[in-house]
Design a protein around this ligand. Structure first.
Ligand code: GDP
Length: 210
């Protein structure tokens, strides 16, 4: 049986929003991706979309403090169908960001999470060797407060033995369930070995109602 084509293979860069006025109209479905710098978010987006350089645009200088939107082309043959987007949120962690920009970004992201109707779920990418840092918990808190689901990718799982990866998965799962109930799911992932890519894609596909 032929497998269905991966809709994410059609993802392409649409725009970058530096403030709420630059966001696309809030009438569709979107899934946001967050992760600390270097966690492996770009690699995860590229793997899910089966593209080598899709998320590179999010890393170009000047774009690191913007919400980067990807849409799907051709979007649909039905002009009435809702728009669907993947949204790459800037990660911070190592990069020193000027304080003023940091405050602007914080306000922007908080208003995005608090008000965006199109948001269907959040994927949080964490290096499996350094899970659940403060930034990760902050991002999870934003969506859980809205009763929206989140899915955690414990990526770079290829860096650990199968046993060690499994132990971390269990520990993180238990902690997430204690903190957030069943609105947050978690899996191991690797952009390198492609382990877990289909499982992650299935979650995002379901949220976007592809
Ligand atoms: P981002 O800053 O979160 O977008 O992180 P990147 O996707 O750019 O990855 C940061 C670094 O980690 C790069 O050197 C990647 O090659 C590496 N990396 C990302 N994902 C994986 C993975 O699953 N396995 C391994 N071994 N390295 C990875």
């Amino acid at each position: 049986m032929a497998t269905a084509p991966n809709p994410f293979a059609r993802a392409r860069y649409l725009l970058s929003a530096h403030n709420p006025r630059q966001l696309p109209a809030d009438g569709g479905f979107e899934v946001a991706f967050a992760g600390r710098s270097n966690a492996g978010k770009s690699s995860a987006l590229n793997a899910i979309c089966q593209q080598n350089a899709l998320a590179r645009v999010s890393k170009t200088p000047g774009r690191t403090q913007q919400l980067v939107f990807f849409d799907f082309s051709p979007s649909t043959t039905n002009p009435q169908a809702p728009d669907k987007y993947l949204v790459d949120l800037p990660g911070y962690g190592y990069a020193k960001v000027p304080q003023e920009l940091q405050a602007h970004w914080q306000a922007f992201i908080e208003s995005y999470f608090a008000t965006r109707q199109a948001l269907r779920g959040l994927v949080v990418v964490m290096d499996i060797r350094h899970p659940l840092k403060e930034y990760d918990r902050q991002m999870l808190g934003y969506v859980v407060r809205r009763d929206l689901p989140a899915h955690v990718l414990l990526t770079k799982a290829d860096k650990l033995s199968r046993g060690a990866a499994g132990n971390t998965l269990q520990a993180v799962r238990m902690e997430l369930s204690r903190a957030y109930g069943d609105t947050v799911s978690v899996q191991t992932f690797s952009g390198e070995s492609k382990q877990g890519v289909e499982e992650a894609r299935a979650v995002v596909e379901r949220w976007l109602e592809f």
